[in-house]
Structure formats: C-alpha cells, structure tokens
Design a protein around this ligand. Structure first.
Ligand code: C2E
Ligand code: MG
Ligand code: MG
Length: 749
C-alpha cells in the first residue's frame, strides 16, 4: 500500500502506542531500551496484555527521554501522518505538537521537490528495507529550509506488517554549509595555486618527498630535483650553493626563511629564483614534518633592481660612473692613503672649453655625441684600474692611483689634452675641442672626498682662466682665491641690495677737435671696506653668477639718467657708450629691456652706443646678428670692444650691424715700441675703413701714441692721456669748459 504522505489530517495520535513502536524507538540506545522494557514484556509475544496505566507511564517516560535527546525523532504512521514529534524536531521546525500532530508530512514539512524522493524512501521501508539513511530538506514554520540527515526505520506489528516509520535526524544545515564553504575555499586556493607562475609545494621533512605540487617543474627542474641539494646544487650558482644549504637549515631551525639564488636553466641561462619556505606541520617532538615551499622566478625584478642601481651610479649618456660613484671610489682611495705607507693618488678634473657654444649652436644631439666621443677618448688615456667619471655637463673627472711623481700626472694631463683636442667631425662641422684640466694630489692630506673634488675643480677653473687647453695643479693659494671669490659673490649680492655701485665716465675725444664727443660709462663698486673696486675684479664673477643681468640694467639706466641730467644743465653730449656683457646679450628680452630703459629715461637711442667684446658676439654669431640688428633698428650704435683680442671671422664682421671698432689697448700700449703691434693697429684701422666703420683706439697714454694714431687718421680716441674715468660732476666741468683735451700738435692742455 502506498502511503499518503500528503493527505487529510483526520488520523490522530494513538494514546496507547503499540509495542512495535517502543521496540524501534528503544533500539537507540540499546541500554535505555532494556531499561524501558517491562520485565514482563516478551517481544516474541507482543500482544501480552498489560495495563493501560503501565503503558501510560512507559509512554510518558519514553516521551521525556526522547524530548531530551539532541537528535530529531519523528514517528509517522504508514500513511505518512505525524504520530510523534520530539522537542528537538519542534525546535528545529518551529511547530508545536498541536500544529503538527496528525498532519501528513508532505503537507507541512517537505519541500515540494522533496516529496517524490521521500515517497521512494517510504516505499523502500514498506518493502522491508531498513534502516535507510538519507538527507531531506525540511521547511521550518518560517519557511527556511533545513537539511536533515535521517536514519529511517520501519516498525512492524505482531503480524509483521509495517505499522510505523521512525526517523532520527540531525540538522546538518550549518555543517553542510561549512563543508561547502570549505570546499569552495579549497577550490579557490587550489585554482590560485595552479594559476600561479610560481612553484608551490609541500614536502615531507626530512625525506623531502613532495606531498603537494601546483605544477611539475621550474626552469625544467622538478621539485624533487630542486629540493635534493646534491643534484640541484650543480645547477645553482657556485656563489650561492653554500647559502642554499644554510637556507634549509634556517627553515628547520626558525620555522621560516627566504633566500634568493641563481639557477641555470636547462639551456644554460642563469635565472634568479626566490625560495620562501615555512614549516607547515610539526610532530609531537616539535620537529618539522611538512614544509611549505614557494619558488618564484625573480630575474625580471633582479634586472630592474640592477638597472636602478646602475642608474643611480652611472651616467646614462656616457655610461661612465657618475658623481656619487666617483665620490664613493674616492672615499675608498682615501682609506689606504691613511695607511702606512700611503698609496698616493691624483684627481684630474676636466672641462671642455666652449662646450656651451658648440651645444647651443650645433644642437644638443651633436653636443651629446661630442660628450660620448670625449668619454671614449678619455678611457683610452686612463691607466687600467683607475676611475673615469662624468660629473655632469661637460665635466669629467679621473682618479689615478699609485702616482709617485707630479711629473707622471702632468704627462698624463698633457696626453689627455692632446687626445681630446683631436678634431671631431660633427655632421658637416669640424670641432676642435680643448679641455682645461685641474689636478690635485693626495699629498694635500685630505680627509673627505668632497674636498678633493672641490680642489680639483678650483684648479680646473684656474686652468680655464689661463686660456684654452691648459692644466693647473692645485695649491693653497688657489684655495684662498676660491674663498675670496665665494666671499665676493656674497658681497656682490649685497652690493645690489645696498646700492653700492656707481658709474665713472671716461671721455672719448675727437681726433680733430680734441673735444669730448662721447663718454664711456664704467662701473665702480663702492665697497664698504675695500673702497672703489675695479670692474676687472668682479665683472667675471658677476657674469658667472648671472648677477651681471640686473647690474647691467642698472648701469644702462643710470648712464641714461646721467646723460639727461647733463642735458638739463645745458651740457651737450653727443653719445653715451655703455658696456654690455655676453650674458646680457643672451637674454631673450634684451631688446625690450634696452627699449624700456630708453623710454623711461627719455635718452635718445641715436645717442647710445652699446659696447660688446669681440669674443662675446663671435661666440654665438648667428643669434648675435639678430639681436644686434634689432638694437640697431632702434637707432642704437654698436661698438666692438677690445678688438684684436678675439678671433673674429672677417666674413661675420661684415654681416654685423657695427658702427665702431675699439682697438684693444694692448696694441696701443706698445704701438711705438713694437713694430708688430704697429702693423696690427695699422691693419685694423685699414680693415675698419674698408668696412666703413669708425675706429677708436683705446688706452692712449702718451703723446707718442697719440701722434701715431693721428698719423693713422682715426676718428676718436680714449685714454688716460685725455682723461681717466671720472665721476659725473667732473665730466660736467669738462663739458662746461668745452675745451680740447689735447692741443692740435698732440700736446695735452
Ligand atoms: P673696457 O670696456 O675696455 O673699458 C676700458 C677700460 O680701460 C677701463 O677700465 C678704463 O679705465 C681702462 N682705460 C682707459 N684708458 C686707459 C689707459 O689709457 N690706460 C689704461 N691702462 N687703462 C685705460 P675699467 O674701468 O677698469 O674697466 C675694465 C673693464 O670692465 C671694461 O673694459 C669693461 O670690459 C668692463 N666693464 C666696466 N664697466 C662695465 C659695465 O658696466 N658693464 C660691463 N659688462 N662691463 C663693464
Ligand atoms: Mg668698453
Ligand atoms: Mg675696451
């Protein structure tokens, strides 16, 4: 007969349960069953009449026992109606006995999709299969499904017919969820491990037998190969073999360790591997039994680290060591120098002359090319084992160790100078680079690398000041000079703030009338301690520090204002000459600056001449032409100062919008004594005339010089013979007098 597990609720709970039910219920636990059973009860004769009171008592006792059981106990009649429902069942489902009693199980407790499978279990029980274990979802009163693991049994009446079905169940919802979570997480981690490019494994300790492996091999080696030191060690870099053994020992001793080593792959290529190990389990004696290993290929990271280290210590353009590495090597060189006997060394600091001009005019790419070529040439000069570095820009430095005599190092400096000076063919230009070299020796007893470098640089600047392609050996006087310069720079900045500058003016006289036709404004520094300081002492420094730009603007403004003051006093002055530095000429806004000053002071541009030295305009000839043309377009005259000292290209000279050549006073000085200087002066005057330029000899001090110049028929002159540079009031006096500063026969008034 098929049970109706979903049906009407008419059948009630029997007050006198038949004996079969008790038999079945008492099967678990057996001892309890024995106690519960009446001594008169004979299971072979279940129909033995016993009193109702006895059964009632037994029933209550049994119900109480079943209610205290932690498991769910449910009794159904063979129609599937609930006959008994213990407390655990009520707690799990939320139903009371009243609500549940007599209900068909399928109506109230089963999920609809579970009805079919539950029916099958009923049929199997009815067919005699017992007990049956199965998992079935029950629906609580709140509608939440709970998964119950059941053991179901059929109870038979005296005739052997199935009378009741008894189920004991455990709510395994949480456990099952936990198991599912565990399974999922295991799957996740397994997938992660399997996806990992690393080898992740667990080995037994000390046998090193693999227990788990996420992949078979790394660089062609199996884990067994890698973890059997004697075999793997052959493939490990000799420098790391010993440490790799120690790595295992450290894991065993301290529970964890990380080690990086090189491993040769099967093709013979070295690769970096990181090994991370951790003790996973320990035996009862505390000794590791399983070790978790992680092998990662880290060659790319190692390469990147090496590249970063390299970048931090090497110059990317020339691949030479940089300042940091050089100072490091120098510090090391200073260490043995303190030992007895000291190992002497020398440091040579080298700077290319006029590199900036090459860079600016030919472009940075060719400038870089030149630097690389110089680096390669210097390497050829370098004794083996010594250090060549690039400090930056066009500055290179050499550390030469074991130098006994100064002559050795000066020979080296000479060789370097010659090697560097060989012509470079840069595109369609040929460049003849020169290097200035500063040398310092460890005999100065240095303590710090920075001091050595500083002195080599000081000597290099001295070499530069000697002209192109020189070398100089550092001495204490240079150091003192460098300190003076440093102090002067501080003072110079203060001088600007505290307006310690003033202008003197030197008359420029007409060769014809001897009268003042113009004045040249010459800067003086009214130093609070040193008194009037000559520009020769500070102009170069002002140029190097860039301070010349604000100073130069001040000079122009001051001179123009002074010109106006003289004019206001009715003193006529044809022209003002103002010196302009190379740094000023390179300023992008130089033309606007001059224009602005003229506008603000009201000085006419046609009565202004700007003096630039020959070397300044030739240094950057093409851009100079443009700037000078713009200034010239404003009506300003241009003079070339100290002409004859530089290396003017005559073809350029023609293209510059120049008005005047000022012949350098070094030619004038010996013009009456030295026929060579006389010849040069004559030639310059002839050149100026052919280029239709006026010519102005500077530094005329003697009547003989004046006569020579007069014979050459120059236009104007300047020199102590007529007047030294003087303060503006004295110029006013001279202008007021309006007299000739020499008599027509060349005699001074
Ligand atoms: P410079 O422009 O060639 O000026 C002429 C220099 O020759 C002046 O020196 C002047 O005093 C000196 N001098 C003139 N006649 C004679 C003479 O007969 N005999 C001798 N022995 N010297 C004579 P100073 O004033 O010392 O100026 C030196 C240089 O400093 C100037 O040479 C110029 O290049 C620079 N300088 C002066 N003022 C300025 C300025 O405002 N701006 C710039 N950038 N440079 C300036
Ligand atoms: Mg001048
Ligand atoms: Mg001059």
């Amino acid at each position: 007969m098929v049970p109706i597990i979903k049906a009407d609720r008419t059948n009630g709970y029997s007050p006198t349960p038949p004996s079969g039910l008790y038999l079945a219920l008492c099967r678990v636990p057996i001892t309890l069953a024995r106690y519960l059973m009446h001594p008169q009860f004979d299971p072979k004769q279940p129909d033995t009449p016993l009193t109702g009171a006895f059964w009632k008592k037994r029933h209550d006792l049994l119900a109480a026992v079943l209610d205290t059981a932690g498991v769910l106990v449910v009794v159904l009649d063979r129609q599937g109606r609930i006959v008994f429902f213990n407390r655990a069942s009520k707690q799990t489902t939320g139903y009371t006995t009243r609500e549940i009693k007599g209900c068909a199980i399928g109506d109230i407790l089963l999920l609809s999709e579970e009805v079919g499978s539950t029916l099958q279990i009923f049929e199997r029980l009815l067919a005699g299969e017992s007990p049956i274990t199965h998992e079935t979802f029950w629906l609580t009163k709140q509608g939440t499904p709970r998964l119950i693991a059941w053991t179901s049994t059929a109870l038979h009446d005296g005739a052997g017919e199935v009378e009741y079905l008894v189920g004991t169940g455990m709510d395994i919802t949480e456990r099952q969820q936990a198991e599912r979570d565990l399974r999922e997480s295991e799957t996740r981690f397994r997938t992660l491990a399997e996806q990992s490019p690393d080898i992740i494994y667990i080995v037994e300790h000390p046998s090193k037998r693999p227990l788990y492996l996420n992949r078979d091999s790394l660089l062609g080696y199996s884990v067994s190969e890698l973890e059997q030191p004697q075999e793997a060690l052959l493939a490990v870099h000799p420098e790391e073999r010993e440490e790799l053994r120690a790595h295992w020992q450290r894991v065993v001793d301290s529970g964890t360790d990380i080690f990086e080593f090189r491993l040769r792959d099967k093709e013979g290529q070295w690769e970096w591997v990181q090994s991370r190990k951790r003790v996973l389990t320990r035996g009862s004696n505390g000794k590791p039994t399983q070790i978790l290993g992680h092998l990662t290929l880290i060659t790319a990271r190692k390469d990147a680290e090496a590249q970063l280290r390299h970048n931090a210590l090497y110059d990317s353009l020339t691949e030479l060591p940089n300042r940091t590495l050089f100072l490091d090597r120098l510090t090391q060189a200073l260490e043995p120098a303190r030992r007895e006997p000291p190992i002497p060394f020398a440091v040579l600091c080298l700077d290319l002359d006029r590199f900036k001009v090459i860079n600016d005019s030919l472009g940075h790419a060719l400038g870089d090319h030149l630097l690389v070529t110089v680096a390669r040439r210097l390497e050829l000069c370098l004794p083996p084992g010594d250090t060549l570095a690039r400090l930056g820009g066009d500055e290179f430095v050499l550390l030469v160790e074991g130098v006994e005599r100064l002559s050795e190092i000066t020979h080296l400096a000479e060789r370097i100078r010659q090697t560097v000076a060989e012509p470079f063919a840069l595109r369609d230009h040929t460049v003849y680079p020169n290097a200035s070299i500063g040398i310092t020796l460890s005999t100065t007893n240095y303590d710090r690398a920075g001091d050595v470098l500083r002195d080599a640089e000081i000597a290099m600047y001295r070499a530069k000041s000697l002209g192109r392609g020189h070398y100089a050996v550092f001495d204490q006087a240079m150091h003192a000079y460098a300190l003076t310069l440093l102090r002067m720079e501080v003072d110079l900045r203060q001088a600007i703030e505290q307006e310690q500058f003033c202008l003197y003016y030197q008359p420029i006289v007409s060769l014809v009338t001897g009268q003042i036709v113009a004045v040249e404004a010459l800067l003086r520094w009214n130093h609070p301690q040193r008194g009037l300081v000559s520009p020769a002492e500070f102009i170069t420094l002002a140029e190097e520090t860039g301070l010349i730009v604000p100073i130069g603007e001040w000079v122009l403004r001051e001179a123009c204002k002074q010109g106006k003051i003289w004019g206001a006093k009715g003193l006529s002055l044809l022209c003002l000459s103002v010196n302009l530095s190379g740094c000023q000429l390179k300023q992008a806004n130089i033309v606007e600056m001059v224009e602005r000053v003229l506008r603000e002071t009201g000085w006419p541009p046609t009565q202004l001449k700007l003096e630039l030295t020959e070397s300044v305009i030739m240094e950057n000839a093409e851009s100079s032409i443009k700037t000078l043309q713009a200034l010239n377009d404003l009506g300003i005259g241009i003079s070339i100062d100290d002409f004859g000292m530089g290396y003017s290209s005559l073809s350029y000279l023609q293209r510059f919008p120049i008005d005047t050549l000022k012949i350098d006073r070094s030619f004038i000085r010996d013009v009456t004594l030295n026929s060579g200087d006389a010849a040069i002066t004559t030639a310059i005057i002839a050149l100026a005339r052919s280029l239709k330029l006026s010519v102005l000899p500077e530094g005329v001090e003697t009547e003989e010089q004046l006569r020579f110049i007069q014979a050459q028929r120059c236009d104007e002159m300047q020199g102590f013979l007529f007047s030294r540079p003087v303060p503006p009031e004295q110029i006013a006096n001279l202008l007021r007098e309006g007299r000739s500063l020499f008599n027509g026969n060349g005699r001074r008034h």
